[in-house]
Design a protein around this ligand. Structure first.
Ligand code: FES
Length: 100
């Protein structure tokens, strides 16, 4: 018997090409961490900008009303993955931290 199809969105982290599934309500940082991939982050509430990275493909919505990005940054594709929830498959270019 085949397992049920997994319709959770896929997050791809470039340049390493790592792919992880994002559970409902998980931010990109949380989903990556749950899969053992540590994206650079600090506050995890959308204010410090330590996690700032570029959205290469796909679309995100925000967990908070006012993520700390300028309109210009948003237009250029910058996101804060600690408060970004995927709308379908997404690809980001992000710094991955070593360690557990
Ligand atoms: S970790 Fe602080 S804004 Fe994302």
């Amino acid at each position: 018997m085949n397992p049920p199809p997994d319709d959770r969105p896929v997050l791809t982290v470039q340049p390493l090409g790592w792919c992880v599934r994002v559970a409902p309500g998980q931010s990109l940082v949380e989903a990556a961490r749950a899969a053992g991939v540590r994206l650079r982050s600090s506050c995890r509430n959308g204010t410090c900008r330590a996690c700032l990275c570029r959205l290469v493909e796909g679309e995100v919505r925000w967990r908070i009303d006012w993520p700390g990005l300028t309109a210009e940054e948003r237009a250029e594709g910058w996101i804060l993955p600690c408060v970004a929830l995927p709308v379908g498959a997404v690809t980001v270019e992000a710094v991955v931290q070593p360690g557990p």
